[in-house]
Design a protein around this ligand. Sequence first.
Ligand SMILES: [Zn+2]
Length: 218
Amino acid sequence: MGEPNKDMYRRKNEEQGAPSNLVNLASVLQDWEVHVVEERDWRTRGNLPFTPEGIIVHHTGGNRIGDAPSLHVVRDTGRPRDDIPPPLCNILLARSGVAHIIAALKVNHAGLGNSQVLEQVRQDVPPIEDVTVLHLSDDMSGNQWFYGIEVQNTGLFDDPYPPVQIEALVRCCAALCSSYGWTSARVIHHREWTSRKSDMSYRGPLRLQVLKQIAAGP
Ligand SMILES: [Zn+2]
């Protein structure tokens, strides 16, 4: 997508006092050969200020059947019972590896977590363990500071992640890290942000995979 859109949301961000550091999600991912579906109004969806310093990866939970059964929830409804309005992520990654671009700005995905984790991530130091193990408390909201990628998966042991989906996740993370000049240390699981959460359930060496992808290029 072209410069006018980028300028438009940069301007919107600047008007509200945030740094003009947002990238065009759709074209950045496409440059790394991710198949993208641009959902309606994604460029202006979400809130300000949004000053991303890293990426939090999640699994959606939800239905076991279908390519992106959580699309309606993350894009349209949010979680009204918990008083959490949409959008719930910047990117929803379908089982097929298709990346649905939901929102460019700050979204409701990280919630409360630990400020030491953010400080380390900013210095490209990856978490060494989940927050539960490190016994860190929640003392700040992460939504302003992290992109949120929701990966379509129930989170249950009998719902394996298709390789094509993980490859797309690695490419999404590499694309964002590369355009910001971040190392793969900036990619963390939700469970590495807060002890309240156990996602995502993927146990592969995600940061190592992202590091290799960044080195290999798009
Ligand atoms: Zn999560």
